[in-house]
Design a protein around this ligand. Sequence first.
Ligand SMILES: Nc1ncnc2c1ncn2[C@@H]1O[C@H](COP(=O)(O)OP(=O)(O)OP(=O)(O)O)[C@@H](O)[C@H]1O
Length: 497
Amino acid sequence: MSADNRLPRDAQSILELAARSMFDLFANASEGMMLVDRNARVVWINDQYRRFLPALGFEREEDFVGHPVSSVVQNTQMHQVLATGKPILIDLLNNRAGTFVVSRIPLRDDGGEVIGVLGIVLFDHPETTLQPLITKFARLEQDLNEARRELASQRRAKYTFASFVGTSAAAQEVKRQARRASQSPSPVLLLGETGTGKELLAHAIHAASPRAGRPFVSVNMAAVPEALMEAEFFGVAPGAYTGADRKGRDGKFKLADGGTLFLDELGDMPMAVQVKLLRALQDGEIEPLGSNRIVRCDVRVVAATSRDLQRLVRDGQFREDLYYRLNVLPVRVPPLRERRDDIPLLVEALSEDIAARGAQAQLEVAPDAMSLLQAQTWRGNIRELRNVLEQLALRSESGRIARAAVEQVLREAGLDRIEPPLSSAMDDAAASADPVARPGLTLAEQVRAVEQRAVKTALSQTQGNRAAAARLLGMSRASFYDKLHEWGWMSENQTYV
Ligand SMILES: Nc1ncnc2c1ncn2[C@@H]1O[C@H](COP(=O)(O)OP(=O)(O)OP(=O)(O)O)[C@@H](O)[C@H]1O
């Protein structure tokens, strides 16, 4: 009989022959084999495997065979194969005996039920035999660990209240309110113009809250395309999509579980997502896309917006019920022009940071240059101030900043140049406002000095809010403005004072 005639021709016999040949191949080529039963107990090992026993800490075979595999082989995954019925064709196993390349194959009875698992040690000491593979694996593992560390650090608060620079009454008040809010589990709504520090405060609130040890996760509504927002928030169930999301993905709600979810640019949230967000906030439950399973999430929400939410509600662009749900602890973050006294401190802190990042000299701003910065309207607030300082730092070798340099940067940045004499005029007037100190004054001059001092005090008490200052002094707004014009403290195109 020729060799060809000995080959079977029916599928079942071919399969049996292949299985037998493969098993013989594995048995001979492998470094060892073990069998566990359906209770994950070791029931058999071959001769080659026996030589690993001392390194695994066993003198006698009976101390190994007959025992649960997880108690005799550290880091084994045999029970996982038993539970899932899925083979692990190739894996690296690390334990006290060394590093091994292993394969784990479920064994099924005629009914298809898993009745045991065959474990095969394909290579021992792969660090010598499989060096390139191991090196690559180690590098990937290292990259993965770094990425995980990076992700974890991104999910920690970057700022604390100490990062919020400012000692003015307005700055202290906003910090006081935010500190109080940090101790409450209710949602916080940070309201203020762009660049006023809302995101910084959101971090600080989280860092001072009982959730500080848990993740801080942000979503910027203006940065996520509308079509992806639902998946971004609530996640995607495995198999809901083909492609990259095949395995499913956690949404930001789940990632923030136990911690704080920061919703930046809340006013830009599409209506469809608003409905789902409301449900998630009310019930503490979310439903990932493509799933019919409810997932519970314990998340504290801090939201921020520079838009007028009440107006968006009136215009039908923001749900009223969601607005009330989020507007439990509103914190108004004042614009820079309401806390000009903080500008010198901010300039110092920001230029220290700029110098540290760019290895440039720390800026030394001349007093008349500083007054120019203090007089500016700063519609982009602290972010805009920082940009101007960065420009100044780039252009200055020594770090010394004269008034002309500030004028030039402001002009090139298209910022209105606002002259500071107003504030000096106000300060000068207020300084000479003590009539007792200036006994030679006429009655009219003394009255005027007293009025000026009262107006200045009222303005500083109301953080520059003229309407509120007028109310405080029991004056109509019109006569208050008349006074400011009369003293040259306000002109048609100047908004300062
Ligand atoms: N009080 C402050 N002290 C120091 N730095 C600040 C302060 N407030 C804001 N900053 C800095 O100014 C920049 C803008 O702040 P932030 O992003 O928090 O503003 P925002 O109000 O969230 O702005 P937007 O509404 O545009 O997102 C950041 O670099 C921040 O670190």
